[in-house]
Design a protein around this ligand. Structure first.
Ligand code: TD4
Ligand code: CA
Ligand code: ZN
Length: 307
């Protein structure tokens, strides 16, 4: 079917307490993997492109590719701008056919964040496009950090309430202890689940978990086995997804796990079959590996069978 506004699929997820996976894509292989599994699992999915994905692939290629793929399947697909940096990027993506955008004003003051988000909402809502905003700073909750330092980073429920009222964003990315990339926690993984629950009770809108990759041991082992190096990598454990969803998360962003799976499979071919130089025989196994991760996440997030 044609791309759907993210808002359309959020309503059901929010009501029935499950999460929709956001999977970041930069190329054909990742996109095909995500859409094939969305259809197989009858699950809504969010295909996301970051500013650097747009720079890498070109916005016209990305939009054409995602639209083509979405129209071939019956599961609903939203095309989402991940971490939009400014109004210019928001306008560019809305005009190009994205059905959801994130405006990330989390680095500015509360008032600045409200202002940039409000402007994005003005533009996007008129055109039927959903808006995600971010409040707080992503970063691991470490044991040696005192309460004040922690509060300065994590999303404050009072601020969140004021922020959403003023900005009128549709969904809010919250800082609850996760961070982007493969090195999320120095020791034990820790998420402030209670904070999610409090914010959800106050706002009621869909909440988003960024930096949510699990960095599973199998992926790490495979990468290392075939010459990769990721010492000390640590992600979000599977049980934490369930707890976060029960507390009110409706969108979970995954990029790192897909990258690790893809590169592990590609490395394996290159190491085990040095004579291969057909790119399809190198990238194909990468695509298969991405499919396996997307399948696992969709099952964990509870979105299977909701399409
Ligand atoms: O928003 N994201 C994905 C961010 C990826 C952007 O990277 P590039 O600028 O290099 O494209 C997440 O929250 C995913 O977090 P993860 O835990 O998968 O790293
Ligand atoms: Ca941010
Ligand atoms: Zn993110």
């Amino acid at each position: 079917m044609p791309l759907v506004p993210l808002k359309d699929v959020y309503a059901d997820a929010n009501k029935k307490r499950y999460a929709i996976g956001q999977f970041n894509v930069n190329n054909l292989e990742f996109l095909q993997a995500v859409l094939e599994i969305a259809e197989e699992k009858k699950s809504p999915v969010i295909v996301a492109a970051s500013s650097s994905a747009i720079k890498y692939a070109g916005i016209d290629y990305l939009v054409a590719m995602v639209k083509t793929g979405a129209e071939k399947i019956s599961a609903p697909v939203a095309l989402h701008l991940d971490h939009g940096a400014n109004q210019e990027e928001v306008v560019m993506c809305v005009d190009a056919g994205f059905t959801s955008v994130m405006i990330d004003g989390s680095h500015g003051t509360l008032e600045e964040n409200i202002a940039v988000t409000r402007a994005a909402v003005e533009y996007a809502h008129k055109r039927g496009v959903t808006v995600e905003a971010e409040l707080g700073r992503l970063g691991g909750i470490e044991d040696d950090v005192n309460v004040d330092e922690r509060e300065a980073f994590l999303t404050d429920p009072d601020e969140a309430e004021r922020f959403v009222k003023k900005s009128r964003c549709d969904a809010l990315a919250v800082a609850v202890g996760t961070s982007h990339g493969a090195y999320k926690f120095k020791s034990e993984a820790k998420l402030d689940i209670e904070r999610i629950a409090v914010i959800k009770r106050r706002l009621g809108i869909p909440l988003v978990l960024h930096g949510a990759s699990g960095v599973p041991k199998e992926l790490l082992d495979k990468l290392v086995k075939f010459g990769g190096e990721m010492p000390g990598a640590k992600g979000v454990p599977d049980e934490a997804y369930q707890k976060a969803i029960a507390a009110g998360i409706n969108k979970i962003n995954i990029d790192t796990d897909l990258r690790m799976a893809f590169v592990g499979a590609v490395r394996q071919v290159l190491v085990e079959q040095p004579k291969v130089f057909d790119p399809r025989k190198i990238l194909g196994p990468g695509r298969e590996a991405v499919k396996n991760i997307v399948r696992q996440k969709i099952e964990l997030f509870g979105s299977a069978g909701r399409a």
